[in-house]
Every structure is written in C-alpha cells, then in structure tokens.
Ligand binder design. Structure first.
Ligand code: SF4
Length: 342
C-alpha cells in the first residue's frame, strides 16, 4: 500500500500590509494561501495549477520552510515541519529539495558546475573528498551530464543542460520529495519533453514524490497523478489527473483546459475566454472568489462561498453549480488519495 509522504491541512499564509514608516500600522492582509489542504503519496506527483499570483508558489515556499505558515499545518513523514529543529530540521532540509523555473538565475554564475552540484552535500553531510567526487559524478551521470562537464560554468550550458544541473544538485542529497516550481516553462519547447521525461524516469528510479507547480494544465496533466486547481489562494477543484480532464467541473478549470494545447492535433475545443484580471488577494471578492470572471455566475455566487464538496468519488469541487446537487456536509480537505485526513 502506498504511504502518505506529505499532508497539508488547512494551510494559511497571510502577509500583513503595513502603512506608515515610523509607526507602521497593519491595514490588511494579502491572503496568499487561504485554507489549502492536500496530500502527496510516496512516489506520486501532485500538481498545483493556477494563474500567476494564485498562491501556489507561496504554498511551495511554506513546504520548503522559506516562509512560515500563518496557521494550519504541513506534515512530512508524519512530522509537523513547523516543530522541527536541530538534527531533525537538517534531515528535513536534505529530504525536501527544489528545482525552480529559471535554471540560469538559480545557479551561481561564479561556481563551477561540480561545485554547484556538490554544495548541498558539503553543507549537510560529512563526506571525504573522494566520496564527494564520486557522489557528484554519480548524480551528474544520472541526469545525463558527463563528468568533465563539471569543470564548466553555468553560462557554458544550454537552458536544458542548466536545468539538468539544477536537478542533479537537488538529487545530490537523495531527497524523498522534490518541489518542482515551473520546471520547464523557461525552456525551449523542443527540450521541454526531455526534461519532463528525465523527471519521470528519476521518479520511477528513486520512488521520488513531486509537488509540481505550473500554470499550464497540459504540463500538469502529463506529469501528475492528482491535480489541485488553485484560484486566489484556494483550491477550487481536485481530482485524479485524467478524471479532471475527462470530467472538468469548475468553470475556472474549464477555462484553463480550453486554453491548454490539445493533447492530440485536430481535437476541437470550445474556448472559454475569461474576462478581467485575477482580483487582488488583499481584497478578494465576497462569496465565490471567481464570481466577477465566471460566465455562469448566479446572484448567490456573490453572497456565499461554495464549500469544496465531493461531486464524484475522489473528485472535489467548490462551485454552487455542483455543490447544490451534492447532499453532503462541507468538505474542506483534498487529498491525493481522495480520503479526508483524520
Ligand atoms: Fe461560477 Fe458561481 Fe460556480 Fe463560482 S460558484 S464558479 S461564480 S457558478
């Protein structure tokens, strides 16, 4: 049976907005992540998808401990990550690694590639020079880079090779979870498939779990087992990846699906064009946060907030079009296995 590796429960991250210089006063909060729950099983991929500013990167930063949650919890390996310290915290930092969108800005231009790949090991582990060299050679080989490439600097590599270096660095500590924040969106279309295939191959080889963050639903579909669609800090639809495409429920997800490239050439799709911009998370609209842009909005949509309810087994949606048909109490938690956490 597959074990849960990560579980986020009602995670909230609010950023205070302050006014004044000497006597700064908090005048509001940016609700970047507002009650998000999901889980990731060992060896599986959970995709978080949504437009820029929907809170998916903030959620990832909280998991990487680059930001502290305002409330809620994240458990990894059964431990609340906000309570880790000392050796446990060090172990956690090795167990969870990240690959970011732009490999050029995430790799130090002054360091040779072998030192970039070795850096996490040097900081976190005590290895002899020989062991360190062997480890660097091993992970570079695993991502398809020759040992002698370690003497070069990042600017001497193509975008795809730089992303391979970033993956090798993330792999160097043998992590269990990798946060992939838009890992291919800065790359040429021609090499995106190579990096996606590499990530899938590494997942199978090392039983890695991935939290994949992307704005493009087609990428998420290709890579993910389960998908959570985020809008203005909340998950509005959750389902198995194939189910989400085959039975899209939420109007926002429908718009994302219609904007994504078809999986097969010649497949026709009715495009849903969203009007307006994503509202500010400082002052989100009342009721359903999507109502100012929703082509199906009803009067009640601006009055009350739809709960996330299970419309089909393992498939949850927060929309009155569907929740009115579902006779079940409020369900605020999504899980990669479709279960509610205890
Ligand atoms: Fe649209 Fe209303 Fe559903 Fe929100 S609750 S997505 S506004 S139909």
């Amino acid at each position: 049976m597959t074990e849960l590796l990560l579980e986020a429960r009602a995670a909230q991250k609010y950023f205070p907005v302050q006014k004044g210089l000497l006597f700064a006063k908090t005048v509001g909060h940016i609700k970047a992540v507002d009650g998000v729950s999901f889980s990731i099983e060992e060896g599986k991929t959970f995709g978080l998808v949504g437009e820029s500013g929907c809170g998916k990167t903030t959620m990832a930063k909280c998991i990487l401990l680059l930001e502290k949650l305002t409330s809620g919890q994240v458990f990894v390996g059964g431990r609340d990550i906000s309570k880790l310290n000392g050796e446990q915290l060090k172990q956690y930092r090795g167990m969870v690694q990240a690959v970011f969108q732009d490999p050029y800005s995430s790799l130090s231009p002054r360091m040779r590639v072998r030192d970039i790949v070795a850096e996490p090991v040097v900081v976190n582990r005590r290895l002899s020079r020989k062991e360190l060299k062997e480890r660097v050679t091993e992970v570079m080989g695993v991502v398809g880079l020759h040992e002698e490439m370690g003497n070069r600097y990042p600017h001497e590599f193509s975008g795809g090779q730089r992303q391979r270096v970033a993956v090798a660095r993330a792999l160097s500590l043998s992590p269990k979870l990798m946060v992939l924040d838009e890992p291919i969106s800065a790359l040429d279309v021609s090499i995106r498939a190579q990096i996606m295939n590499l990530l899938r191959q590494l997942q199978a080889q090392y039983s890695l779990s991935y939290l994949l963050i992307a704005h493009d639903l087609a990428v998420v579909r290709h890579m993910s087992d389960q998908v959570g669609v985020m809008y203005l800090g909340k998950i509005v639809e959750y389902a198995d990846s194939n189910e989400l495409y085959a039975k899209t429920l939420h109007p926002y997800t429908k718009a994302l699906v219609s904007a994504a490239m078809p999986s097969e050439p010649g497949v026709r799709r009715d495009e849903i064009v969203l009007s307006g911009e994503v509202p500010s998370p400082l002052n989100p609209p009342p009721g359903c946060r999507f109502h100012p842009r929703c082509p199906f909005a009803m009067p009640k949509c601006s009055e009350g907030e739809p709960a996330l309810v299970e419309a089909f087994p393992g498939h949850k949606v927060a929309c009155f079009l569907h929740s009115d048909k579902v006779a079940q109490p409020e369900a605020t938690t999504v899980s990669s296995n479709g279960k509610k956490p205890s």
